[in-house]
Design a protein around this ligand. Structure first.
Ligand code: FAD
Length: 468
């Protein structure tokens, strides 16, 4: 049988993972990327932000350490070194992915791709030379771009997006973050740790919409302790550029408020990057993205689409899993994307991670029971001086099945892996509570939260049980 020819458009975590999986399954793969391999995630998203946040976490721990805080000089200005380290991490990871692709004998073409038909792609390199490529299957992974607001156009200097903020050279005295989604919240943690006066302006009722309410309340409490000012149900009515910075007039439920800002970070979400001639190939799109079914098939035979460009949860691990599913289906396997089992994480201080139903969603579906455990009662959190936050578990009252786990606290992004396994295996609360956890570790807090479902948490004094 002749080798299947697959073209992947876009080299982000969706596209490059799809390319590798298709190559593993025997396809001859061409990957076309117009910018840098790794896409938003490696170059402007997950990796650079987490590199900066890792340093911020260390700085925060040192500042709060009763043992080491005095070692920090008053005039500490770590931004330049943080940016330098971030650049190196990104470079190393991009190089690593390029080597992986080469090792799979994937042809990387650098330039712009477009669709010419259901089995035809046109490629233009940076010098303008054009080539037509025939393919048995095409995987579209063009990703997303930052959204802006009509009255707040980024100028690359004072009004910036997440792309430019990753290159700033000086910690702003004051920064106003417009949009309280996860990207805005992570930058609030970063800049408040670095000493900026941070203000978040969110038009909706609360920051981090859609997240379990108790976690949001906890994060707001920490933000407020750190001096982060949050205006919800608020908008920017006027913006004046002055010599010393921007003067913003906010409309808030408390009335009109004036705020000054050296930088305004626009963080109002991302939109699918719909820059291809979809009509030529019969691929249907809507404003929320390329239309796909659970096998990641578009409306055109042999064309699949994955990642941010298809809307839904705009996250790297979702894009990668969709990439694997698309490649496997294209190569003759049959696998749907499973909904409802996607863990999400926000790398704020404290970290937030979540999977499954929230308490509200659980109650809307039927009878549930809820268990909670605060990290201040967990020995590992105490020895690490990271006692903010809690774990909340939602279980079905009748079947005892664990339906949702929501964490705010130390290493939530790692703990959620255990939670994901529980949800995936449809574990019962009773079964999990019998697993022995190592002492002293954070998973003990997870076990205690599960035990608290029926009032059996060992390290909760009686009156505190069930309290929020
Ligand atoms: P992208 O990564 O956007 O890649 C698409 C690629 O396609 C781009 O490189 C683009 O140049 C290329 N392309 C587009 N059109 C064409 C064309 N016509 N021809 C050739 N090439 C083309 N997600 C997480 O899971 N965890 C995080 O911690 C996280 N943090 C983030 C922080 C920030 C600040 C941002 C902005 C995003 C973050 N994300 C995070 C989201 C994550 O980056 C995206 O969900 C992920 O990159 C989507 O992958 P993708 O492959 O669909 O698209």
């Amino acid at each position: 049988m002749s080798q299947k020819k697959v073209v992947v458009i876009g080299g982000g975590p969706g596209g490059y993972v799809a390319a590798i999986r298709a190559a593993q399954l025997g396809a001859g793969v061409t990957l076309i990327e117009k910018d840098r391999i790794g896409g938003t995630c490696l170059n402007r998203g997950c990796i650079p932000t987490k590199a900066l946040l890792a340093d911020a976490k260390l700085l925060r721990s040192l500042k709060r350490s009763p043992v080491f805080h005095h070692l920090l000089p008053d005039n500490l200005d770590p931004l330049e070194s943080m940016m330098e380290r971030k650049r190196k991490v990104v470079q190393e990871m991009v190089k690593g992915v390029e080597l992986l692709l080469e090792s799979q004998r994937i042809t990387i073409k650098r330039g712009q791709a477009d669709l010419l038909g259901p089995n035809k792609v046109v490629f233009r390199n940076q010098e303008g030379a054009q080539e037509t490529i025939d393919a048995d299957g095409i995987i579209l992974a063009p990703g997303s771009r930052t959204k802006t607001l009509p009255h707040l156009a980024p100028d690359g200097d004072r009004i910036i997006t997440s792309d430019e903020v990753l290159e700033i050279r000086k910690v702003p005295r004051e920064i106003v973050i417009v949009g309280g989604g996860y990207i805005g919240a992570e930058f609030a943690t970063l800049f408040s740790t670095l000493g900026s006066k941070v203000t978040i302006v969110e038009i909706l009722e609360n920051i981090l919409p859609g997240l379990e309410g108790e976690l949001v309340r906890n994060l707001r409490r920490v933000f407020e302790k750190d001096g982060v000012k949050i205006y919800t149900q608020s908008s920017i009515e006027e913006i004046h550029s002055q010599e010393e910075g921007l003067k913003l007039v906010l409309k808030t439920p408390q009335g009109v408020v004036e705020v000054t800002a050296e930088k305004l970070l626009l963080s109002v979400g991302r939109a699918p990057h719909l820059n291809l001639d979809f009509s030529k190939a019969g691929v249907e799109v809507s404003p929320s993205g390329i239309k796909v079914n659970r096998r990641m098939e578009t409306t055109s035979n042999h064309i699949y689409a994955i990642g941010d460009a298809t809307g839904g949860l705009l996250l790297a691990h979702v894009a990668s899993e969709e990439g694997i599913i698309a490649a496997e289906n294209l190569m003759g396997m049959d696998r749907p994307m499973e909904n409802g089992q996607i863990p999400t994480c926000i790398f704020t201080y404290p970290e937030i991670a979540s999977i499954g139903l929230s308490e509200k969603e659980g109650r809307a579906k039927g009878e549930i029971r809820v268990g909670r455990f605060p990290f201040r009662s967990n020995p590992k959190a105490l020895v690490s001086e990271e006692t903010e936050g809690l774990i909340k578990v939602v279980a079905d009252r009748g079947t005892d099945e664990i339906l949702g786990i929501h964490i705010i606290g130390p290493d939530a992004s790692t703990l959620i892996a255990v939670a994901s396994t529980m949800i995936r295996q449809r574990a019962k609360a009773g079964e999990f509570s019998r697993l022995i956890q190592v002492h002293p570790t954070l998973p003990e807090a997870l076990k205690e939260a599960v035990l608290d479902i029926d009032g059996r948490a060992i390290h909760l004094p009686r009156p505190l049980r069930g309290l929020k």
